[in-house]
Each structure stands twice: as C-alpha cells, then as structure tokens.
Design a protein around this ligand. Structure first.
Ligand SMILES: NC(=O)C1=CN([C@@H]2O[C@H](COP(=O)(O)OP(=O)(O)OC[C@H]3O[C@@H](n4cnc5c(N)ncnc54)[C@H](O)[C@@H]3O)[C@@H](O)[C@H]2O)C=CC1
Ligand SMILES: O=C([O-])CC(=O)C(=O)O
Length: 277
C-alpha cells in the first residue's frame, strides 16, 4: 500500500472557522497547499464582516452570527478567535455541525459554560473537541489517567515579547527583562484564567490529566528563548511521562505557536483520511 493512498480523503468535510487570525489563516494556507479533495472551508466568522479582508478562502461565506450556521451542512466548526467567541458560537456550532473544536480552551475555566457545552454535545450527539493545540503527547496523558495519576506539571516558557500586553507586565518589563523569570506558579485554572492569550494549553494538559485544580503550571519569560516551549511532566500508576516541545511562534502572532495550526490540520485530516494518528 502506498503512503499517498493513506492520506487521500475518503469522505467530504465542510468546515466553518470562527476567527481568521494568525492560527486560522495558517491552517487555511496549509489546507490550500494540501488541496485535499472534498475538504472545503465553507464559512468564516470574522469580527467585522463588513471590513475588506485579504486571504479569506475563495468562496467562503462570511458569518455574521451563530444563526448563520444553520443550513450550511457543516461537518466541523473550528474556533480560533479568542475566549469570548467560545460562548457566542459553541452551542450553535454543536447544533448545526455536530462537532466544535476549541482553540481558546481558557473558556473552559467557566464551569457553567463548559457544562452547558457538554450538555449540548450530549443532546445533539455531537462532540466538543479539544485539539492538542501547541502541545503534544496529550493522547498519552489522557490514556495514563485511566489509572491513578499522582502529579502533572506544565511549564510554559516564551520570550518576553510574547507576554507583552498581558498581566505579566505587572511582574516585569518585556522590553528590558535581562534574566529568565518564573513569574507565575499556580493551578491550571488560575493560569488560563489570567493569561487567556498565552496559557490555553494549561486547560488542555489539565483536561487530559488531573483537572484544573490539581495540574500545576509555571509561566516563564526568558530573554534567551526564541521559541515557545512547553514541558509537561507527569507520574502515576502508569509510570512517568516527560514531553517537551519547542515551537516556532507564528509570524502574525508571536504569542501563538505554529504547532497550534499544525494540530488543527491534523485534526481536519484525521476526520477525512483512512489512516488516523
Ligand atoms: N489551544 C492552544 O494550544 C492555543 C490557543 N491559542 C488561542 O487561539 C485563539 C486564536 O489565536 P490567534 O489566531 O493566534 O489569534 P489572533 O489574534 O491572531 O486571531 C484571532 C482572530 O479572531 C478574531 N475574532 C475575535 N473575536 C471574534 C469573534 N467573536 N468572532 C469572529 N472573529 C473573532 C479577531 O479579530 C482575530 O482576527 C486565541 O484565543 C489564542 O489565545 C493560541 C495558541 C495556542
Ligand atoms: O501557542 C502556544 O505556545 C500556547 C498559547 O499561546 C496558548 O496556550 O494560549
């Protein structure tokens, strides 16, 4: 069997995107280069649909509000907009596409919203999807959590400029920081809640493992770093796990890692091709 037959889609996939910023546009670019038969970006929600916008997929309809998702026969809606967008679009996406993949997972720090989306997924028979985003190895951590997990720690290190414009500026000046600084140490809930532009991943490692209260997060600014790095360490009855990624930032948003777009590409392909990773 050739590898190419394993990566050719066997079913169509009609996609909707919420947000067309650094991550979504990169996914669009990667998909266009792949040119997968039957995989189509059908609709995109942008913050200001009346403003001209370069780089939108040809033929994609602009969405003005969640009600516009009706009748588009979508198979998957992908959010890559920002924390508030999850509450605005989530339920309609589940009703009209049956699958909603969330990038701004910090939204799940809101317990009521998370429960509501899970209840809608149950009611519709749909799926709320947490892609691995900028992380990797979350399949192994989730599998390990079938036995007792003792501890999960996740260290997020980024160059100081990636923390500009966030509450981290109360701890250091991103333009003058001279040495590596661990400026936050606490729960996954607190990390994602306080840093929704930089620590959505804290919710991903938490949901895969020990949950929002028991997963420990360290946030680090390092002037020697050029990449966004994630180190997840866990131990428990399964043994030990150490995952480390050093991600190139996206050119259009240095807070976000290239890997986040690549993970979404993988998610899309996994829903269409005959060989799934
Ligand atoms: N899960 C993960 O591992 C990661 C998640 N993220 C998160 O993913 C999200 C997207 O990241 P980027 O593309 O880098 O951000 P970005 O700022 O480059 O793009 C977001 C786009 O969404 C638009 N937008 C905001 N609210 C909207 C709404 N209600 N409806 C439609 N469009 C809306 C904005 O105008 C902007 O064009 C952010 O919340 C980011 O923090 C980022 C990196 C990793
Ligand atoms: O892209 C990354 O490295 C992580 C990130 O911004 C987030 O989790 O919000």
């Amino acid at each position: 069997m050739s590898v190419s037959s394993a990566v050719l889609p066997v079913r169509r996939l009609r996609l909707g995107f919420i947000g067309w910023g650094a991550i979504a546009a990169r996914v669009g670019e990667l998909l266009a280069a792949r040119d997968l038969p039957g995989v189509e970006i059908v609709a995109v929600a942008v913050r200001d649909p009346d403003a001209a916008r370069a780089g939108l997929p040809a033929g994609a309809r602009l969405l003005h509000g969640p009600e516009d998702l009706a009748g588009l026969d979508l198979d998957l809606v992908i959010e890559a907009a920002g924390r508030p967008a999850v509450a605005i679009w989530g339920e309609a996406a589940l009703w009209h596409a049956g699958a909603f993949a969330v990038s701004s997972t910090s939204a799940f720090c809101d317990d009521a919203l998370f429960s509501r989306l899970l209840a809608t997924a149950r009611e519709t028979g749909g799926q709320l999807i947490v892609p691995p985003g900028a992380l990797g190895g979350m399949d192994a951590l989730a599998a390990a959590s079938a036995l007792e997990l003792e501890a999960v720690t996740h260290t997020i290190t980024k160059p100081p400029r990636a923390w500009a414009g966030t509450p981290a500026e109360a701890c250091f000046d991103p333009h003058t920081l001279a040495e590596r600084l661990v400026f936050f140490s606490g729960t996954a809930r607190e990390a994602a809640d306080r840093f929704p532009q930089n620590a959505n991943v804290a919710v991903i490692s938490a949901l895969a493992g020990l949950g929002l209260e028991r997963t420990r997060i360290e946030l680090v600014a390092d002037p020697a770093a050029t990449l966004n790095s994630h180190a997840v360490a866990a131990h428990g009855a399964f043994g030990r796990l150490d995952v480390r990624l050093e991600n190139e930032p996206l050119p259009d948003n240095p807070k976000s890692s290239q890997m986040t777009a690549l993970s979404l590409l993988r998610l899309i392909e996994n829903r269409t091709v005959p060989l799934v990773f």
